[in-house]
Design a protein around this ligand. Sequence first.
Ligand code: AMP
Length: 176
Amino acid sequence: MHPVPLSEIERAIRNVPDFPKPGIQFKDITPVLADGRLFGAVIDGLLEGVPPGSVDKVVGIDARGFIFAAAAAVRLGVGFVPVRKKGKLPWTTHEQSYDLEYGSATVAVHVDAVAAGERVLLLDDLLATGGTASAALALLEKLGARIIGANFVIELDFLEGRKRLGTHPVRSLVHY
Ligand code: AMP
């Protein structure tokens, strides 16, 4: 299969103005997911520079992050861990609150989702203010995980979210 240019992925991302609130331009990745070639290329892109055997768990953030993290975990042959919105996970959890680009929220992870010392890769669809990802990283640090990096399909550069992710390697495929 020929490599897919990033510009093609970028063109497939749909901009929805004023969703879910006035002033927010929502980046809709469903057209990317609906195209098997583009979806596969995004997974390839998210795993670029992540050699097989270098990761023990792929962690995805509720909800669109699950889609990419689950596919990436299967591709790497490793487990998938969900970081979910508070109140959704059935077992004992750690919780972390954070501010969103719109509103505020709390995320949670099962206390036994990652063993101390395991190497984890965090994936999400979009890095905006960085609140969600930094909360997820804080949860993973609480579990004693070794964070290999945090990779995103889309990054809104003007919000400078990566500044909140400390020294962890951060990579995004498409920048706005
Ligand atoms: P933040 O915590 O501000 O970095 O926001 C990141 C989270 O909110 C991600 O899980 C995204 O799915 C979602 N999000 C924030 N802003 C947008 C946007 N403009 N378009 C789509 N999703 C967004």
